[in-house]
Design a protein around this ligand. Structure first.
Ligand code: HEM
Length: 616
């Protein structure tokens, strides 16, 4: 805490000043320190500005006031050059990434530590061990023995998220984004660029609380379609019985809650996002587009060493060969192509309908709102393609992430019957007084803790575009024994940002950081935030990242979780059948999946019993 408050006082929003350390000697008179501080600020700007500021600062001082303007200019340039040279020397000469400790001994040259990091079950097994051993900054090995940095330090990741011009996805990550979502999709575009900013600015107003609130009844209706009891399932269409894992004549139903929630969130994004009924819950699959998306998700649900290697060689393969590979008759290519073709046709038809509505047209949901706002814009309107690509992206980014988080929320409720009862009581009591969903303390605490403990995207990557220096919340000791309070990084360095690791950092979340404890949010320990500057848009969690790449749909995801859980928990009691709890593990495959240990397939089987509230 004391470290943090020091940062708060000393660190304005710029990159170049060493935390907690003035640039000139601390024994210098006060006026000199003041001068130095301001000079260091000017480094972020150009020398012309530096001179202007310098003149302004210098005026009160007799010595400088008497000097000729040229002397001042030369002095400014000289001091700036020395400081700049010192910075560059610090980055280039002094610290090499190999001086940063990490789990790099005796690892495979071909795969490095990536299999441990990406294929471990449960996800995070090694990552959290390394965090404990090496702290929140460490070096590890990628394929072909590449030195990679793992960063979960709060000040450093905040700076990474907020420096759009310095950090963004690597070219291979962008290549994969283009492949799955198209060139105009937000995730394929460089942040800090004009196109990304224009598209994000156009879509963001669709995701404000005022715009989302009217969709609560739609979300409730979809959640109410969920069939859980065996009688309900028997009475419904035969297809519905596939949700049941046991004979439907059994008193209670064992349901693959993961599959069901995938369908619930598909239907919600269909109606809220695009004004379309996918009917995934009722048909146990839904529209062709949704099914095709599910196939793409399934493709990624079995990560392997080959996939890791494949992704790593992308930068070394000539583009022409990569393009040719996209025509190979493999299952992966076929699945991706089929999704692209189906979803593009679907998005085009949807947009044509929004542009030229007929009597049967729906309101077009959030995308419909963007289309009509776009019509009224005079300059820099979004093109048809730009809207259509985001439509696909919203479908893909908004469905699986939310479904997984909801699945983990129910998993943790099944493990905690008493806590589950408390939540149920809170929701049932609130139904009579109808307070806003935000006022349900236990429910929101459970959602926040799920987002902290099971971030749907537990890890993300960034590459550095220029030599730079990252601030650190805590000093680290290098292999050569230096204690550094900021981290120099060279251009081209690949960084893995540990979202899950940050969300479990005991320095941020306390000694019980590795325990799922929703009560931490109820006693107010964390909502006020114990960080000097906040991270991300919600409760200091890194789950939705932050800055220009921040999740567009975080408010929709939250509302969706509040509505779905407040519908399901009062009606049904969730628990594990014998031995079922031990059959679940987590795996990182695009998102954080619940995995059935036996079948290695994504699923979460829970025993569902109707509650008294439901029966009455
Ligand atoms: C619990 C649910 C969700 C989680 C945990 C989540 C998480 C994230 C994360 C971590 C990113 C940044 C990825 C990176 O930098 O590597 C992201 C981006 C994005 N998310 Fe979400 N997301 C969720 C739900 C949604 C929903 C419901 C939507 C929309 C319907 C959505 C739309 C997007 C979009 C469009 C981006 C790309 C933003 C950009 O590149 O500027 N997400 N999300």
């Amino acid at each position: 805490m004391s470290n943090y408050s020091i940062f708060n006082l000393r660190r304005p929003n710029h990159r170049w000043q060493a935390p907690g350390r003035p640039f000139l000697s601390s024994s210098a008179p006060h006026t000199n320190q003041h001068l130095t501080f301001n000079l260091s600020l000017t480094l972020g700007n150009n020398l012309k500005n530096a001179h202007k500021i310098m003149v302004q600062i210098a005026l009160p001082f007799d010595l400088l006031n008497a000097a000729h303007p040229w002397t001042l200019t030369l002095l400014t340039v000289a001091i700036c050059s020395i400081l700049l040279a010192r910075r560059l020397w610090f980055i280039r000469g002094k610290l090499h990434v190999r001086d940063i400790p990490g789990p790099v001994d005796n690892v495979s040259w071909l795969y490095g530590n990536l299999p441990e990091l990406l294929l471990s079950r449960p996800y995070g097994k090694f990552e959290l061990q390394w965090q404990e051993q090496y702290g929140s900054i460490y070096r590890f090995k990628g394929c072909f023995s590449e030195d990679l940095l793992f960063i979960s330090d709060p000040a450093a990741i905040r700076s990474i998220f907020n420096s759009a011009k310095l950090f963004d996805f690597s070219p291979n990550r962008t290549f994969i984004a283009v492949l799955t979502s198209g060139v105009d999709a937000l995730i394929s575009l460089r942040i800090g660029g004009e196109v990304h900013r224009r598209i994000k600015n156009a879509f963001s107003p669709a995701f404000t609380p005022a715009r989302l609130q009217p969709y609560v009844p739609v979300m409730r209706d979809i959640s109410r379609k969920v069939p859980f009891t065996s009688d309900e399932v028997k009475a419904a269409d035969k297809l519905m019985q596939k949700y049941l894992e046991r004979d439907p004549s059994d008193l209670n139903a064992v349901v693959d809650i993961y599959r069901l929630l995938q369908h619930v969130t598909s239907d919600i994004i269909g109606e809220v996002g695009f004004g379309q009924q996918f009917n995934a819950v009722e048909t146990n699959g839904g529209d062709k587009v949704v099914q095709s998306l599910q196939n793409v998700i399934m493709l990624g649900s079995r990560p392997s060493k080959n996939a890791i290697l494949g992704e790593s060689i992308i930068p070394y393969v000539p583009r022409i060969i990569l393009r040719l590979m996209l025509h190979l008759p493999t299952r992966t290519v076929r699945t991706l192509q089929s999704f692209r073709e189906l979803s593009e046709a679907w998005a085009s038809a949807l947009l044509m309908d929004s542009l030229h509505p007929s009597e049967d047209s729906t309101d077009g949901g959030l995308v419909g709102f963007v289309v009509s706002s776009n019509k009224n814009i005079k300059h820099h309107r979004l093109s048809f393609n730009e809207i259509s690509r985001q439509t696909l992206l919203l479908l893909a980014a908004g469905q699986d992430t939310t479904a997984n988080t909801l699945t983990w929320a129910l998993y943790e409720l099944a493990r905690r019957p008493i806590w589950q009862d408390q939540l149920r009581k809170e929701i049932i009591e609130a139904e009579n007084s109808e307070p806003s969903l935000d006022k349900l303390d236990y429910l929101n605490a459970h959602i926040k803790e799920t987002l902290r403990f099971y971030p749907s995207v537990p890890l993300t990557e960034r590459i550095t575009f220029e030599d730079t220096i990252l601030p650190l919340s805590r000093p680290i000791t290098t292999i050569s024994g230096r204690v550094i309070t900021e981290l120099p990084i060279r251009k081209g360095q690949m960084i893995h940002v540990g979202i899950a690791s940050y969300n479990r950092d005991p320095h941020v979340w306390g000694p019980d950081a590795h325990t799922f404890n929703p009560l931490r949010w109820v006693d107010g320990r964390h909502d006020s935030g114990n960080l000097p500057e906040s991270i991300g848009p919600y409760s200091n969690l890194a789950t939705f990242v932050g800055g220009a790449r921040m999740c567009l749909g975080w408010r929709l995801a939250l509302l969706e979780m509040q509505v779905v859980l407040s519908e399901l928990i009062p009606k049904f009691r969730f628990s594990f059948g014998p031995g079922q709890e031990d059959n679940v593990t987590s795996s990182f495959a695009i998102t954080l999946l619940p995995l059935d240990v036996g079948s290695e397939k994504p699923s979460l089987k829970l025993l569902i019993q109707p509650t008294q509230a439901y029966e009455s």
